[in-house]
Write a protein that binds this ligand. Structure first.
Ligand SMILES: C[S@@+](CC[C@H](N)C(=O)[O-])C[C@H]1O[C@@H](n2cnc3c(N)ncnc32)[C@H](O)[C@@H]1O
Length: 240
């Protein structure tokens, strides 16, 4: 016969082990790139984030509304659960970036099995990301707050500078209280077009404060230079 105290001891022991592991992951994340990579790989190997697939509906429909047939970039895509649930008809291409090779392997395999040919997954730190076309939508689902505040601000600025006036960025945090400073950084860096609260969870839709992105400004400058050039050529032709 099992004494009640024994089962309590077992539960407590398991609890302590899990808490110890979580602490180890947290400490490892502070030890630079290698530590962070080990920490995330270990979490994914242990199935710690497997439950994320069940809390997606609001973000999925938001992505479907905002993608606009363009190019999506997701920073901190994990095992790719989000894009796996999005209707592939709403976007042209998708790139998921994550620092965990374990998560990226799972994401790549799942996308291949599901026939998601427009999706690509890359191992990398999102604060170093520079490739790809200017996206129509950038997603940071439960990932921005892993950066230190200064890096958060820098990344937000870089992302928002690249978004054309019709494009958007979606940032989610699971706790408005714990991630208050991340929400503040978003509110300061961008115009909050929509803010959804689901108990403690917050989903922000952001657009750039500047009316035009760097690309749109560059295009406008090129168009002006061409116009002036054409006018000058025209004037010269008339004189001769
Ligand atoms: C809480 S998980 C969320 C995963 C995924 N967005 C989801 O909701 O299913 C955070 C993710 O961010 C990634 N991550 C954290 N810091 C990162 C960084 N600096 N660069 C790239 N990925 C990072 C982790 O590897 C992890 O996959």
């Amino acid at each position: 016969m099992i004494r009640p105290s024994t089962s309590v001891d077992i539960v407590d022991g398991d609890h302590v082990l899990k808490a110890g592991r979580r602490l180890l992951w947290r400490v490892a994340r502070t030890l630079g790139n290698a530590g962070a990579r080990w920490s995330w790989n270990d979490q994914f190997r242990n199935g710690y984030w497997g439950g994320l697939q069940y809390r997606r509906r609001t973000v999925v429909s938001l992505v479907e509304q905002l993608a606009g047939g363009g190019d999506i970039v997701e920073f901190g895509c994990g095992e790719g659960w989000l894009i796996g649930a999005v209707d592939p008809g709403v976007y042209r291409t998708y790139v998921g970036v994550d620092l965990s090779p374990v998560a990226i392997d799972v994401a790549t395999r799942r996308a291949r099995q599901a026939g998601l040919v427009k999706c690509r997954f890359e191992v990398g730190r999102f604060e170093h990301w520079s490739g790809g076309p200017d996206p129509s939508l950038i997603i940071m689902d439960e990932s921005l707050y892993y950066l230190k505040p200064r890096r958060q601000r820098r990344l937000l600025r870089r992302c928002l500078d690249r978004l054309d006036s019709s494009c958007r960025m979606v940032v989610t945090v699971h706790s408005a209280t714990r991630h208050r400073s991340t929400l503040e950084a978003c509110r300061r860096a961008a115009v909050v077009e929509r803010e959804v609260h689901d108990l403690e969870r917050v989903i922000l839709t952001l657009r750039a404060r500047n009316e035009f992105s760097l690309r749109e400004k560059a295009q406008a400058t090129v168009a002006t230079v061409r116009r002036v050039h054409r006018r000058r050529l025209g004037a010269r032709t008339t004189v001769t």
